[in-house]
Structure formats: C-alpha cells, structure tokens
Design a protein around this ligand. Structure first.
Ligand code: ATP
Ligand code: MG
Length: 554
C-alpha cells in the first residue's frame, strides 16, 4: 500500500509528525494582525493553514495578532472574519485574540525575570541601536543588563502601572548580544504604549512584541504546526528559545513557506492602505484591489481563489507568480459555471422593417452551452433591437464576420438578419440600421443557402434595461509595481476603470441578485455589483475578459 501523496513539504512534515507520534492531532492557526483588509497573499496563507488542518483531520484557529493597538481596528476584525468565511473556511471554536493572553504573557515575563532571563533596559531607541551591533559586528551588553532580579521585578511592575513614559523603558530577554542572529541579541518583550486597545481598553500601558506573543499564543492554543512566511525564518531560534525557557503547556514548532507575490500586484498592507487613504481607489473593497473583499466584489469566486492557491503550490522560495495564473483560474471557473446572457455595451439601434410593430416573440435561450442544469431563459424579440456599434460596418472586407450593409449575420439565439440601409445624423454618425429578418432561421440556416458568417449579441430595444457597466483592468501597468526605486503610484494604470453609463442588458440580467456572475456573450465575465446593483438601476462589474489580452502576441 502506498501512502497518501505528499502534496508539499509542509504536508510531508505533518505526515512524519503524525507517524512518529510527535503529534496526535494537527492544530494550525491563521494569525492576521487586524491592521488592514486581507489580500491575495493572505488567501494563500488561509488555504495553507485551513487546508492542512482539513486534509489531516485537524483544526485551524483564527487568532487576531493584536499586539499593536495603534494601527488596529474593529472594522478590520470584522472584515477578516467575513473574508475567511467567504473563502469557505470555518475556524475551530471562538475567534481568538493574542490580547486575551496579555495577563498570561505578563506572568511569564515575570517568570523570565525571576529566572534571570529578562531585564528592564533604559536605553533609548538610538542607544539601543548602537549597542545592538551590526550583521558583521557583535553587539555590546546594555549597561542595565545586570540589574538585580528584585530591581527588575519592581521596575517591570511599575512599567505596567504606568509610572514611566513611552520609550523610557523596555523589557528585554537576556540571551546573547554576540549572537550572529540579530533577533537573539536581547530582543524586546515589552514596550510602553499609552494607548487604548480595541479589545482590552485601557487595561494595559505595556504591550508585548509579536516575537514574544506569537509562540506563547500557539502554545496556549495547542498549535502543533505554526506556519508562517519566510521572513520569520530568522526569528525561529527566538521562537524556540521562549518555548524552551517558559513553562508553556505545549511545544509548538514554527515552519516557514514562501510568500505569494503575484505580478502586477501589491501585497503590502501599508501600500494598499495608502491607495485607500489617498483615494486612488474607492475603498479596500474596490474591485481593482487585490484584497479578498475587492476580488469578491470584482466577481472572483472562492472556488477559483482556492484552486489558484492549490495550483501554485507551497514551497520554501519567495518567487513571483504570474498574475495570469490567477486570471486563468477565474476564467476557467466562470467558463464552467457562469450562466450566459446578452448585454450590449455600446448600443446602436437596428429596426427590422419587416417585423410587425408591437409584436413580441418570446424566444428561449439556454444558459450554458454544456451545462443543462443551468436551465434556460426567455428572450423577448421585437422590431427594434440594439446591437453593439462595433458589430456593424457599412462596408468591410471578408475577414469582418459581423453585420455589413447588404450582408447577413445571425442574432445569437434568434434570427438571421440582413442589413439594408443606415440613418445618419447631421454630423454623419450612424443612428439607426434598417434591416430585415430572413424567415424561418430560428436554429437553422437560411433556405436560400446564403449563410451568415458570424453571430452577434443583441437586446430588445423595448424590453432591454439600461445598465451601468464598470469595466475594470489591472490596477498597475507594471509587472513589479513596488520593486525598484520608482514610486509604486507611478505605475497605476490610468485605464483601470471605464464606466459605461448606458449599456443595455437583456431583462433577465436586471433581475440578477447582487454578486451573481454571468458571461456576457462575446464580452467577458461580469458580476452584479454587491452594493450598487438593483433591478431598477442595474450595475455590473467586469470580472475579467474572455481572453488574456495582456499576454497576447507575447
Ligand atoms: P504586516 O506587514 O502588517 O505584518 P502581513 O502581510 O505579514 O503584514 P499579517 O496580518 O501579519 O500580515 O499576516 C497574517 C498571516 O498571513 C501571516 O502568517 C503571514 O505570514 C501571512 N501572509 C501575509 N502575506 C502573505 C503573502 N503574500 N503570502 C503568503 N502568506 C502571507
Ligand atoms: Mg505580519
């Protein structure tokens, strides 16, 4: 018998740990700091943490890593929970907060002091930097390093009581100022921050650092595999030092994998916040943002995002992933699952001069070429229709497979028509096409053998509904918008949003529920806007085009 296939190095580690008995059940956690909205990189981390737990019959916690109250907020806490759920994951039990462990962390800090392994240091930030040394030069011991245990206990408790100002004192671990690993040079455990916390209010004026809080939170929660990204690799010895030197209830271990960096995309929360704060986008959930809520509003699906995260694998290297792979996953999912419908983005009127005024024929159209389960819908066919202005020319060569004067085209799901003449305004713009239908061509070719060359979409002029269509493109027009010296803002794509105010959509589309996605035939994939769409005033967002136009010809 063969073992289950090992999908990635993390699964291999977990399989070994289960086999050797180091762990009996897998417990992971996803630990966002609530200082922004989640983005595509977090989707990867979520899929790794929740995915590994699921695959191994284990559990995954959601823990807010809320040790830095200044930049955190309840709005972020709520958006993060909504995003994780939308991706289709459920955390084990209640939501956790690092801040729930503040008292335990404090008690353990006291324990370290009592063991002679932590001390209160009065060096200011600049002095501390100087004492710390460099990558090539050992640091020097702080003059406060040899304070007595009694003095340290007294000072630390007075730090907690608010006796000192911000920056006046910190609590540091006593490890090794000569360590080649800078993280081991007496790292800071506590800072004085006289600022209210969204969970603990004004209970605390000292806050633990990420390094001190994280592993102990893992131990408290019984996390077996604490999975993070590679930038924490050099912090692992410190993670292990705390676990080894504190009376923690469990022995978690940290493992690192490479961050996801898609091309044409920014995954820094700070820079994404800047785009929001400076109004370059409409908000964190602007459909152009690489945030989970932005992608959701854009019409990306949780299934496609999860598929993408699986597709790109999990490795120990930090590479750039072509954003076209993400777009491929979206297109594939929508191609398989999105119902088809017709919309005309740039309407031009066609009058079928042979078709009786006031007559309405109800045609039936299937919603998907290969998915019968998606059913069919009714299409009203009338004397006046709209087609896209791009789909008509007065004259054209043979390569043009749409409507031309004197030539035929098939109206999708309806009749073949032939164009006879045009009406123009004073400026010479075509305002109307006059055409006639070819009889008995519903689903069959014309009896006279003159076949139309192409098929175009249309919407009844009297039954169609006016709609706003927001056509989105990549937010950045540069492959690596935040690498190099240039300001990432200089790479914003000026064409990333075009609003079409007067598109016309078939009636069934107006009835769409917010967030319902469709393929507008021959145009691309679109989704009814989560917030702005209504049957009376339909608003659709372009999710993605039918083809990858960025890599065409490449
Ligand atoms: P910050 O700069 O605010 O720390 P962050 O992107 O690290 O930003 P966190 O909220 O700390 O944000 O991230 C939560 C988890 O998501 C962490 O485990 C982090 O390693 C992981 N993560 C963040 N960005 C990515 C990414 N681009 N690819 C994979 N995982 C990521
Ligand atoms: Mg982080």
């Amino acid at each position: 018998m063969q073992d289950a296939p090992v999908k990635n190095f993390l699964q291999a580690i977990i399989s070994d740990d289960l086999a050797s008995g180091r762990v009996t059940a897998v417990q992971t956690r996803f630990p966002p700091e609530p200082n922004g909205y989640l983005h595509i990189g977090h989707a990867k981390s979520i899929s790794v943490n929740f995915g590994l737990a699921e695959a191994n019959g284990g559990k995954c916690n959601l823990r807010f890593d809320d040790t830095n109250p200044e930049k955190e907020s309840q709005e972020y806490i709520e958006s993060i929970q909504a995003d994780v759920r939308w991706l289709g994951y459920q955390w084990a039990g209640e939501v956790r907060y690092a801040s729930s462990y503040f008292q335990q962390l404090y008690d353990w800090a006291v324990y370290l002091i009592e063991q002679g392994k932590a001390y209160v240091c009065d060096l200011n930030a600049e002095q501390a930097r100087e004492y710390r040394g460099t990558l090539t030069e050992a640091g020097r011991n702080s003059p406060f390093r040899e304070r007595s245990i009694e003095e340290n206990l007294d000072l630390f408790s007075r730090m907690k009581d608010g006796e000192f100002g911000e920056g006046e004192k910190v609590l540091r671990a006593k490890i090794d100022m000569a360590s080649p690993n800078m993280n081991m040079r007496d790292p800071i455990l506590y800072r004085i921050r006289k600022i209210a916390h969204h969970q603990t209010g004004t209970d605390w004026v000292i806050y633990p650092t990420y390094d001190y809080a994280h592993g102990q939170g893992d131990a408290i929660e019984g996390v077996t595999h604490s999975i993070c990204t590679l930038e924490f690799e050099d912090h692992r010895p410190l993670y292990d030092w705390f676990i080894a030197n504190l009376p923690v209830p469990a022995q978690p271990r940290q493992y690192e994998f490479g961050r996801l960096n898609p091309s044409y995309t920014i995954t820094s929360k700070r820079k994404l916040k800047q785009l929001v704060d400076q109004d370059f986008v409409s908000g964190w959930d602007d459909p152009r943002m690489p945030t989970i809520s932005g992608m959701r509003r854009r019409g990306y699906t949780p299934q496609a995002l999860r598929k993408f995260c699986e597709m790109i694998g999990t490795t120990r290297s930090d590479g750039v992933v072509d954003v076209a792979m993400l777009e491929f996953a979206i297109r594939e999912d929508l191609n398989n699952n999105a119902p088809r419908a017709m919309a005309v983005l740039n309407p031009l009127k066609v009058v079928l001069t042979d078709y009786p005024e006031g007559q309405v024929e109800t045609l039936s159209a299937s919603n998907h070429p290969s998915r019968e389960d998606l059913g069919s819908r009714e299409l009203p066919f009338t004397r006046e229709l709209y087609i896209d202005a791009e789909d008509f020319r007065e004259e054209a060569n043979k390569k043009y497979k749409r409507l031309v004067l004197g030539k035929r085209v098939r109206l999708r799901n309806a009749y073949v028509i032939e164009a006879d003449s045009v009406v123009k305004d004073a400026a010479g713009n075509i305002t109307e096409i006059h055409a006639h239908t070819i009889p008995d061509t519903l689903g069959t070719d014309p009896a006279d053998g003159v076949k139309p060359k192409g098929v175009i979409q249309w919407v009844s002029a009297s039954h169609g509904v006016r709609a706003e269509v927001r056509v989105y493109d990549r937010l950045f027009n540069h492959e690596a918008p935040d690498r190099g010296d240039a300001d990432f803002l200089s790479h914003l794509n000026p064409e990333s949003l075009k609003v079409i105010a007067d598109a016309v959509i078939e009636p069934s589309l107006a009835a769409a529920a917010p967030e319902q996605g469709f393929q507008f035939e021959r145009e691309g994939y679109f989704v009814a806007d989560r917030y702005d769409h209504s049957a009376q005033q339909p608003v659709f967002n372009m999710t993605i085009g039918l083809r990858d136009t960025w890599n065409e010809g490449a």
